[in-house]
Design a protein around this ligand. Structure first.
Ligand code: FMN
Length: 209
């Protein structure tokens, strides 16, 4: 049986006070929150540094699409009880303290205990476009690993939910994701052309030497 995973945003602070925001899938174990960051991870380094993090429950999926397209600067507010920050757009936020760290060469497991939590806005229900943006963000984060046809087929399917149910925030987030796919294709095509040119020029160079 798979773990049940919830997509959230973890905010942390570095020792010099620099805030950091990263989407992360979390597991809930009783009252505790389990984080599993892949190394290397700024989130991991920050939690090891000050033992704290904030879990943000958000409905604004631009934070997810932004993280995989180089947009990480979101309005933040100070946490109530810990050395940390929360997203201003969080529906709920939970302030966490490191209770146990099980280290691993690739993916350590951090058990985080709740210190404080607060609700800022109601959750108003499932939105298919928000789910599509999350799935699209995961595809964009794996562009180098996935075949182009798979990415195109999945983006085309997700586009249906965007066209039928998105609000302005989801349309903006989806735009960032489709731009990222196009940019990746253009870069991959340019490097393929460069290597084809290099291999066709090779015999000429051999003749010259
Ligand atoms: C929906 C979603 C879920 C993610 N979940 C995880 C996760 O559980 N662990 C992880 O290391 N990265 C996860 N990522 C990728 C991180 O957000 C991204 O790599 C981030 O930069 C983490 O590294 P950092 O701590 O150095 O920022 C996820 C990304 C998305 C879009």
């Amino acid at each position: 049986m798979n773990d049940v995973i919830y997509e959230t945003v973890i905010s942390t602070v570095a020792s010099d006070g620099t805030p950091h925001v990263a989407p992360m899938g979390v597991r809930y174990r009783g009252a505790d929150v389990i984080l599993m960051p892949f190394k290397p991870s700024t989130t991991l380094a920050n939690i090891i540094g000050n033992r704290h993090a904030v879990l943000n429950i958000v409905a604004d999926t631009r934070v997810f699409a932004g993280a995989v397209t180089g947009r990480r600067s979101w309005p933040l507010r100070p946490a109530e009880r810990i050395d940390g920050v929360r997203l201003s757009c969080a529906l709920d936020h939970v302030e966490l303290e490191l209770a146990e760290l099980s280290d691993d060469p690739q993916r350590p497991v951090l058990r985080m205990a709740r210190v404080f939590e607060a609700r800022h806005a109601p959750y108003i229900g499932f939105n298919r476009a928000q789910a599509a943006v999350i799935e699209g963000a995961i595809l964009v984060s794996r562009l180098r690993m996935l075949p182009a046809e798979k990415v195109d087929a999945e983006m085309a399917y997700l586009q249906i939910a965007i066209d039928k149910t998105a609000g302005p925030e989801e349309h903006e987030a989806w735009g960032w994701l489709t731009e990222a796919v196009a940019r990746h294709r253009a870069t991959a095509q340019a490097s393929a052309q460069a290597s084809t040119q290099a291999s066709t020029q090779e015999p000429t160079r051999e003749k010259q030497t």
